[in-house]
Design a protein around this ligand. Structure first.
Ligand SMILES: CC(C)(COP(=O)(O)OP(=O)(O)OC[C@H]1O[C@@H](n2cnc3c(N)ncnc32)[C@H](O)[C@@H]1OP(=O)(O)O)[C@@H](O)C(=O)NCCC(=O)NCCS
Length: 178
């Protein structure tokens, strides 16, 4: 398995991966919706605000994750992980966790202090994410599932409570994703 940073020349294949994975797990409508989200994320986000990581096996793409810049009131450098997809046939063999760990290591090398995500606490806790209260850091939109609001510090400092609002990139700025 090879892990590398996303290159925009692979956009078509990456969008197809997200459509196929989410169609299989949550139905065709969700597959199309996540495909549109990923396409929008790639085309509308400044390169310096988007970090994608790709897992390939013998040259075939088997997984992809995106981190995008996340503005927090403390001014610390932060990104949010979303979305994540591992090819259906390759799920459950550790690739998702390895790919996230590869991405977190890269973010550390770029002096990123905080990483957020919004998803299943059981899965994401395997790569260091912990549930975080909105009293500590507010999500950018009302959360339909507050137990899925997760974060981790990459610089060894505790996450301090912050006053004020947070902001995600435009592609994630749709209340229906939250
Ligand atoms: C969720 C997903 C990214 C996990 O990647 P993966 O490579 O299959 O997972 P790994 O093999 O690294 O980790 C497996 C562990 O995660 C857990 N896990 C896997 N898929 C899960 C899911 N959908 N929900 C909760 N936990 C899950 C398993 O219980 C397993 O735990 P165990 O090792 O203790 O048995 C992948 O299955 C996927 O793409 N699913 C469909 C799309 C999706 O749900 N994406 C995440 C939301 S953005």
């Amino acid at each position: 398995m090879n892990f590398s940073l996303f290159d925009p020349s692979g956009t078509h294949d990456i969008v197809a991966l997200f459509v196929s994975v989410f169609s299989a797990s949550e139905g065709d409508d969700e597959g199309i919706s996540i495909g549109d989200l990923v396409s929008n994320l790639i085309t509308s986000t400044k390169p310096s605000d988007l970090i994608g990581c790709v897992a390939t096996d013998s040259g075939n793409i088997v997984g992809c994750i995106f981190f995008s810049r996340f503005i927090v009131p403390s001014g610390q450098v932060a990104f949010i992980l979303s979305p994540v997809a591992i090819d259906t046939k390759h799920q459950g063999s550790g690739i998702g966790q390895q790919l996230i760990n590869f991405g977190l290591e890269y973010l550390r090398s770029q002096k990123v202090s905080l990483v957020f995500t919004y998803g299943d606490p059981v899965f994401y806790s395997k790569t260091g994410f912990e549930q975080i209260s909105e009293n500590v850091v507010k999500a950018p939109f009302p959360l339909s599932q507050p137990i899925g609001w997760l974060a981790q510090s990459l610089d060894g400092e505790h996450i301090q409570a912050m006053n004020g609002s947070s902001k995600c990139v435009e592609a994630l700025s749709d209340p229906s994703y939250w």
